[in-house]
Write a protein that binds this ligand. Structure first.
Ligand code: NAD
Length: 499
């Protein structure tokens, strides 16, 4: 087993108004290491009073120095923050792997990549421009300004804690908003260390606040707080619906990044040496715990037997083990309830008559018995009517579905409530151009899978979400446009007549 470094601080602190604080109640909760199954950190358990204090700090900061600072200065603070994150990337990655059990290679990649978001959006801060409108009224000068919204509540899930928060914080801060961030109760530790870097970078106090606690205890009061202008949420669709309804009461702006049931489509003309690892990495690399998991492999019937055979053989070789070991390929599930849910879905798939081709159990290996593992699992001949073809499992479970031709592939791919992502494997150039247009998904990868970047928009079609993160346009999710009218003609208004 790899050495598991102890946590430097016994009890961690939240970040409110530039200060490291405990919850006002003094309560903490345990955070668990999914590989050892043991508690490894104590996280403050925020209550309503802490949320109120954090929102108050963010609202005050929004009206203070942050508001009057030039956009260039704002951007420079973000650049400094990016440098600090780069210096701490390795430490943050280890904290994330301890907390959520995802592979160290994946968390390292993410933590090293995060600074690019702060550099990119920091660079955009002073390029937020208004427009001069050639208005149709003589002597009137009309122009627009793009202004921040105010306090943004960022709520994030456990699977990629810092990366998914960064997708919200970087554009929101560049646009001049202030933040209250609530990370998942299952993976808050890295957030609290990340929080220590904001003041070091020079953010005025209160611009970024972090409260840790349970969604069912403090989520709703954060979303409905009268001083929160916008809610930027990533998580499951059931929670997303609840957040959307709560936000509606205050007519708040929202972006929602929700779940998926993404199709990874293999045509008979695909380069199989690439397509097979592409299918495997789409689902098993993050133990299926990624919103863009290619959890449905759609395989053209003429190569169905060949592909399933190779797929099973390849997946069988995946090394299951300690996520801190760089050689490990499949880590544990982040939480015990989530493992129970995954095993439950495996039972449902068997009961519905899917053919279990691989896995389906807790691994029979004493050296990893404390961890919350499920074997990589593959079901063949899955039908659209089965729950395993329609519902997000969020675990290492792949449904393989045969199709005859392009039209059927598109029909099956689009036949779910979700629309987050899709992949396709083909060497036919025409098909590679034709098909992405027909797929109802926010991201489509051709002969590749699971790539994201600060440069390219990301988000869901249909019930996979509302709004976009990443790419230049994401900054507009955190801005509102004001129209300013000036009478430059010195005219005397005619009362009772609209101009
Ligand atoms: P979750 O919905 O259970 O929790 C997400 C966050 O919402 C957590 O911080 C939680 O504490 C909070 N929350 C819970 N109840 C709340 C409430 N009533 N009000 C406000 N906040 C509340 O999700 P999870 O299990 O942590 O993460 C897995 C889900 O996230 C999957 O469905 C996955 O597809 C989705 N996800 C989506 C994306 C994307 O970008 N589309 C990325 C990663 C994960």
């Amino acid at each position: 087993m790899t050495t598991r470094p102890p946590l430097a601080t016994e009890k961690l602190s939240m970040l409110i108004d530039g200060r490291s604080v405990a919850a006002q109640s003094g309560d903490f909760f345990e955070s668990f290491d999914p590989f050892t199954g043991k508690a490894w950190a104590l996280v403050p358990r925020a209550g309503v009073a802490d949320v109120d204090a954090a929102v108050h700090a963010a609202a005050t900061a929004f009206r203070g120095e942050w508001r009057t600072m030039t956009a260039s200065a704002r951007g420079q603070i973000m650049m400094r923050f990016a440098d600090l994150v780069a210096e701490e990337a390795e430490k943050l990655a280890v904290l994330e792997t301890r907390d959520n059990g995802k592979l160290i290679n994946e968390m390292r990649m993410q933590c090293k990549y995060i600074p690019q978001w702060f550099r990119f959006f920091g660079g955009l801060a002073d390029k937020i421009e208004g427009r001069v409108i050639p208005i149709d009224k003589p002597g009137v000068f009309n122009y627009t300004r793009r202004e921040p919204l105010g306090v943004v509540a960022a709520i994030t899930p456990w699977n990629s804690p810092l990366m998914l928060a960064t997708w919200k914080l970087a554009p929101a801060l560049a646009a001049g908003n202030t933040i209250v961030w609530k990370p998942s109760e299952f993976s808050s530790v890295s957030a609290l260390f990340f929080g220590l870097l904001f003041e070091k970078a020079g953010f005025p106090k209160g611009v970024v606040n972090i409260v840790t606690g349970f969604g069912n205890e403090i989520g709703d009061c954060l979303v409905t707080h009268p001083d929160v202008a916008k809610v930027a949420f990533t998580g499951g669709d059931a929670t997303g619906r609840r957040v959307y309804q709560s936000a509606a009461g205050g007519l708040k702006k929202v972006t929602l990044e929700l779940g998926g049931k993404s199709a990874n489509i293999v045509f008979a003309d695909a380069k199989m040496e690439a397509a097979i690892p592409g299918l495997v990495s789409g689902i098993f690399a993050a133990t299926g715990q990624t919103c863009i998991a290619g959890s449905r492999a759609l395989v053209q019937r003429s190569v169905y037997d060949e592909v399933t055979e190779k797929l099973v053989a390849f997946a069988k070789t995946a090394r299951i083990g300690d996520p801190l070991d760089p050689e490990t390929q499949v880590g544990p599930i982040t939480t015990l309830p989530q493992r129970a849910k995954v095993l439950d879905y495996i039972g449902v798939a068997n009961a519905e008559g899917a053919a279990q081709l691989l896995g389906g159990r807790i691994p029979d290996d004493a050296s990893i018995a404390d961890g919350w593992f499920v074997e990589p699992t593959i079901f063949g001949n899955v039908k659209q009517s089965m729950r395993i073809a329609q519902e997000e499992v969020f675990g290492p479970v792949l449904s393989v579905i045969p199709f005859e031709d392009e039209d059927e592939a598109v029909a099956i791919a689009n036949d779910t409530i979700y629309g987050l992502a899709a992949g396709m494997w083909t060497q036919d150039l025409g098909r590679a151009i034709r098909l992405p247009e027909r797929l109802e998904a926010g991201s489509v990868w051709v002969n590749m899978y699971r790539a994201t970047s600060y440069l390219s928009p990301f988000g869901g079609y249909k019930q996979s979400g509302i709004g976009r993160e990443n790419g230049q346009t994401a900054i507009y999710e955190y801005l509102q446009e004001k129209s300013i009218w000036i009478d430059a003609g010195n005219s005397i208004p005619a009362p009772f007549v609209q101009r």
